[in-house]
Design a protein around this ligand. Sequence first.
Ligand code: COD
Ligand code: ATP
Length: 199
Amino acid sequence: MMKIGLTGGIASGKSTVSQWLKAHGYKVLDADQISREVVAPGQPALSQIAEQFGRLMILPTGELNRRLLASVVFQDSEKLKKLNALLHPLIRARMLQQLDLLVQKGIKTVFLDIPLLFESGLDRWTDRIIVVAVSEENQLKRLMERNQLTEQQARARIASQMPLSDKVKRADAVIDNNGTVKKTEIQLRRLLQQWLLMP
Ligand SMILES: CC(C)(COP(=O)(O)OP(=O)(O)OC[C@H]1O[C@@H](n2cnc3c(N)ncnc32)[C@H](O)[C@@H]1O)[C@@H](O)C(=O)NCCC(=O)NCCS
Ligand SMILES: Nc1ncnc2c1ncn2[C@@H]1O[C@H](COP(=O)(O)OP(=O)(O)OP(=O)(O)O)[C@@H](O)[C@H]1O
């Protein structure tokens, strides 16, 4: 099975690319989605978060208070490390399980949409890596708009990741998502053609 890593910086456009891939019949495993599954109501990791970060981290609905947890961990690198130590092994295990299922089904190509692909050393799992890149200015603007964050909050989140410019250097292919979504799709199609992966 060919495993293609899809990564980038926060709000650089990975989901935009992975949505296109899914809509065109490609298999995509999404680490952000899996990270939500492991903290769903009733999951042991959710109680562990409440134990380590306080009861307020669980909403009255039983769901994780993502906004509150984000406001805590992205301002404090030690707390972020603690959260990562708790969740990353669970996310990794679940991702491997899902990969296994796809292998059993005989799927030939899978995209792994993992924001922290390089930070977590998961690049060793992949055969090729696509980085979705944007300028710092667009990244900041899109992140502030999408997550309703102040500039300071958005900068703190960006700073918690490896600089996008370093990720670009380690990519096999870079998709420039500074233009319109249409322009991004054209680059993606061209790349899939070049890699002989058109459906
Ligand atoms: C802190 C949490 C609750 C905030 O939730 P929120 O809904 O605001 O963000 P969401 O999960 O959709 O993530 C949005 C983006 O933030 C960035 N991000 C998320 N977690 C991290 C992290 N631990 N370190 C650096 N960047 C991160 C990624 O680029 C991600 O795509 C959540 O991000 C989380 O549980 N993070 C820890 C798990 C993790 O590392 N997930 C990343 C993919 S494996
Ligand atoms: N080419 C584009 N032009 C304008 N807006 C865009 C473009 N691509 C993405 N966006 C917007 O920018 C925001 C970030 O994009 P997206 O959610 O795809 O990024 P992401 O890399 O998956 O982010 P994260 O890692 O934080 O989940 C979204 O609100 C999206 O609608």
